[in-house]
Write a protein that binds this ligand. Sequence first.
Ligand code: THU
Length: 132
Amino acid sequence: MEYKDLISKALEAREKAYVPYSNFKVGAAILVEDGTIYSGCNIENASFGATNCAERTAIFKAVSEGYESIKAIAIVGDTSTYTYPCGICRQVISEFADGTIPVILAKNNEDFIVKTLDDVLPGAFTKKDLNK
Ligand code: THU
């Protein structure tokens, strides 16, 4: 898998963002254990609190199809800056990924930076802390 393939899927998903309140579109794509890519967009709600981020849309789609291991994630938000995952999404990513996976933050297909999950969520509280 090329980072650019994952970014392309995130960009495609971003087009579907439902953002009548913030007008801030986000797309995410995850690579799972067998090489399948799941993507998602942010889906806002009049209650605001019921809004679902793009990352969690992609992850919940994959988990509901039987996947439980994320090997990489790409996120595209505002195309003029790198959009980092919010705190809740970092925690949700960490449920299904180890700290070494690449977290690809992209403005577009050519302009991206790569962090690890450990970089963006140091000292994560995970199922290991619960002996699971
Ligand atoms: N958003 C995401 O989809 N992912 C993030 O990691 C950051 C925030 C969305 C939520 C909301 O629809 C909009 O961006 C503004 O916060």
